[in-house]
Each structure stands twice: as C-alpha cells, then as structure tokens.
Design a binder for this molecule. Sequence first.
Ligand code: ZN
Length: 326
Amino acid sequence: MRITATTVSFKINEKKRKKLGLETLKPWDTEAQPEDVKPLNPFSTSDELLDKTLSCFRELNPFFADCIQKMKEMGHLDLESRKGKAPGGYNCPLAESGAPFIFMNAAGQMHDVTTMVHEGGHAVHSFLAHHLELSAFKEYPMEIAEVASMAMELFSMDHWKAFFDNEGDLQRAKEHQLERVITIFPWIATIDKFQHWVYEHPNHSIEERTENWLRILEEFTSKEIDFSGLEEYRKISWQRQLHLFEVPFYYIEYGIAQLGAIGMWRQYKNDPKKAIDNYMYALSLGGTKTLPELYAAAGLKFDFSPGHIKTLMEFVRTEMDKLTEA
Ligand SMILES: [Zn+2]
C-alpha cells in the first residue's frame, strides 16, 4: 500500500502544483483550482440530482434505477440541504419494506453526486438482501457494505455524462474521483499504524505520542506538500480523525473496502455484465456468508498482500493516465 499509493499521490500533487503555477504546494492547495476555473456544477435542484442519477443508473443497470425510483415513489429520499436540517448523508435500511431511506444535504456540488451514487450503492444492497428470511441476515460487515457503495461510485463514472454537458467538466470530475480513490490510502495507513502504536504503548507521554505521530505521518505523506510554518498544527493533526476517539481500530475497513471496490471496477472494465452480475450476487447474500466468502462471490480476491495491492493501484493509475491523455 505504502510504496505505490504514496508514489502515485506524489505525482498527483506534483501535477497540481504545476497547474496552479506555484513554487510550493501548501496543504490547502491540494483541493484548489486555478483562478479561471469554475467549480463543477453538475445539477442545481434536488429534483435534477434525482433525475440525472436515475438516468445514470438506468444506463448502468435498469435494476439500480428501479430501486431509486421506488424510493422516490415511497417518499424515501430527502436530498437537498435546507435551513435547520441536520448535516450528513446516509442510507438507512428499513427491514419491513426493504426500501431504504436516503438522507443527504445536496447543494449543487460534485461532492453531492458522489454521495448520491455512493448512498445509491448502499440502497441497492438493501434491496438485494431484502429477500433473506431473517433481519439479522440483512446485516453485513462494513468491509462488504462499503464495496457496494464505493464500487457504485466507480461503476457509475462511465455514465456521468448525465451530469455534464461538456467533455472538459466530465473529465475533471472523473479525474478528481480517481485522485480521491488513490490519496485515501496513505491516510488510512497513517491512521491505522498510529492507532496500533498508541495501543501498544499504553503508558506513553504526550511528547512520545507527538514524536511517533510525526514519524508515522512523515512515512506516508506526499513529499510534494510543503508544511513549513505549520509544525505546531501538524503535531496534533491526528485529532481530526474522529475514529481514533470513538471507534478504536475501525478505519482500516475503508481501505479493505476501497480495494474491493477497485477490484470490482477492474472486473467492470474487462466485462461489465459479468462484473455487475458478480456484484449483485454477492450483495444478495447479505450477511449470510463470511467476509472472504462474500468477496469470493463477488469474484474478488480477499488478499491484502503488497503484490495484490500494487496490481490494483497500478490499474487505477493506468485508468487515470488514460483519462488525462484523452
Ligand atoms: Zn458508505
């Protein structure tokens, strides 16, 4: 995970720095756009988000669109941000009808499209597992639940033209998506390794903790980003990861699931029909199998060896190169 993801994220940042015309790239520049570039505007209203998602899903697989359509008819979608509404975005399964509820705060941004298709993936999972006899069978571990949603983000990319009327914007959206897929890994590795250190050294002092945080952070951080002058903030930057406080050792699951999602997308690029069949079959098993069995059902290797991770990361990099050369 370390070598390839960190190397690729270095290249992403190097390119970004050049595009922005900067001498050095500060952490806040990583999400910035050059001055003359407008933010992507894939939709305006929540009705538009819904319509575009439906046509995107219909092209991908009509069943996926039918799921969202059913939720629409049942009033199970609360998509747009409004005054006084709680923040966040999630898919809430409802055992009796099998049709879940999607709650989110859309405001016309690309990020909202990703959230919508992500939650749409969770929703499809809920529908597919609904036939199972016991409610407990419909509860599945996060390492497969997030494959459903993260793979949907990647599958849907081929049909994102529903959201854009020009190629340039479409390409920017896809490029940003793949950047996120790659750059999440070094951060997951950092948080996981730090967490292990913390628990293996229960009597550590604040100074030792800071020293080891900086050591681990340095190991996985892109050398292209300039943190000079920000040393004091960096020392405590682990505090922004909520999981460290609330759910010990729960963060690596995102990495496992993201690798599963990349594996699904790789299948999809080779044979879309087979990939979607595998995806739907694995999700329809709900939580009735073990995690390695669910991965096998999806045609995925339950393998986290450096070799396999390297293969997956190289695949993403190749797809990214194809996109930027196009
Ligand atoms: Zn999710």
